[in-house]
Design a protein around this ligand. Structure first.
Ligand code: KG4
Ligand code: ZN
Length: 350
């Protein structure tokens, strides 16, 4: 029987064990997740130190490093869970969004593995994966909830209606917040990865440099955000001060940028809670690892009767467990792909 015929016949098990594979950027991540909630193994092999030499992710290097790391990551995950492929019920893989060449390594590997072991292949959206990380962080979490999606590629305030229906209330009109962190890091002369380094520097500074408020005078969607103006304001500040021969307090600039970029996200989250009456809030995506964001969100939701779910930092940034968690939901729906599955650089926010 061909694989395409088998796809129609796979049974959907009660408590499946899913292998989650993620290769959208510079992390080769493979995890084993039981029933969408329990992490049995979680491997991450990062190529970040290679990219640091060039100041940012070099797609070709990312793809090559995935090729050499993916088998090791998978074998280590199985070994750490004390399992073999016989124990795995399905293989979930990020199909997009991300770097095409990098995604293709994961997708091709997952296809070969599914074919060779006769298991269902479950395609997963990276964005939905980030959101699903919260189901691992709090095993009792159920929709509806509001999630703050803040990563290197996306920034949005999302209403998660049920396990399958997500609606963006609004989001960035230009750069993502993580992208702004990375660009500001470059201007400040900080190495890749930008976000964590801006955060580190900001700890020595204070918010005393006034940067323009975002979308001043804009009367579009009230959940809309824009980061390109803020980024440009930081660049202009640096150039102007340099021209004047003034020394720049980089730590103050890092802290001023960080608070301006993040305070507005929390404003919108609180607005969403008020308007929708949904009082559960989660955080999704790499910028969720930011300490200032985590602290401010806790502080500003205190006493408001809001249930807050913030995944551990490791599960905010890219990982395989979130793909296993979202893979579980798609598996339950019987959303199985055949071997024609392809990677997509862009996937819609839905
Ligand atoms: O979710 P993620 O790992 O990959 C994408 O899907 O984009 O997010 C990566 C982004 C990068 O822009 C990175 O600079 C940012 O998350 N990031 C942070 C921190 N850790 C990662 N930004 C601010 N503070 C951090 N601690
Ligand atoms: Zn991501």
């Amino acid at each position: 029987m061909s694989y395409i015929d088998k796809v129609k016949q796979f049974t959907i098990k009660e408590n499946p064990i899913i292998l989650g594979i993620e290769t959208s950027c510079d992390e080769t991540a493979v995890a084993i997740v039981k029933n969408g909630r329990e992490i049995l193994a979680d491997e991450i092999i990062s190529s970040a130190t290679e990219h640091a030499k060039y100041g940012g992710v070099v797609p070709e290097i990312a793809s090559r490093m995935h090729t050499t790391a993916i088998l090791t990551a998978t074998e280590n995950a199985l070994k750490n869970a004390n399992m073999t492929m016989d124990d795995i019920d399905a293989i979930a893989v990020t199909k997009g969004a991300g770097l095409l060449g990098a995604l293709l390594v994961g997708v091709s590997f997952a296809k070969s593995l599914a074919f060779a072991t006769d298991k269902p292949l479950v395609p997963v959206s990276h964005i939905r994966g980030h959101i699903a990380a919260s189901y691992l962080a709090d095993k009792t979490l159920e929709p509806p909830f509001i999630t703050l999606l803040a990563s290197g590629g996306h920034t949005a305030i999302i209403k998660v209606e049920d396990y399958y229906t997500i609606n963006a209330l609004g989001g960035t009109l230009d750069d993502a917040v993580g992208e702004a962190f990375d660009k500001v890091a470059r201007v400040l002369g900080l190495p890749y990865p930008g976000g964590p380094n801006v955060e580190r520097l900001s700890k020595e500074g204070s918010k005393n440099i006034k940067l323009p408020k975002m979308l001043k005078g804009y009367d579009g969607g009230k959940y809309d955000l824009s980061y390109s103006g803020l980024k440009t304001a930081v660049i202009n500040y640096v150039h102007t001060e340099e021209q004047k021969g003034n020394e720049i307090n980089k730590a103050d600039l890092a802290m001023s940028f960080q608070s301006t970029a993040i305070d507005v996200l929390i404003d919108k989250v609180l607005m969403a809670v008020k308007e929708t009456g949904i009082n559960t809030v989660t955080v999704s995506g790499g910028v969720g690892a930011n300490g200032y964001l985590r602290e401010q969100l806790k502080e500003r939701t205190q006493g408001l009767g809001i249930k807050l779910v913030i995944p551990e930092k490791r599960y905010c940034t890219d990982n395989g467990a979130m793909i296993g968690a979202e893979g579980f939901l798609q598996y339950k729906k019987g959303n199985f792909a055949d071997l024609s599955l392809n990677a997509e650089a862009v996937v819609p926010l839905k």
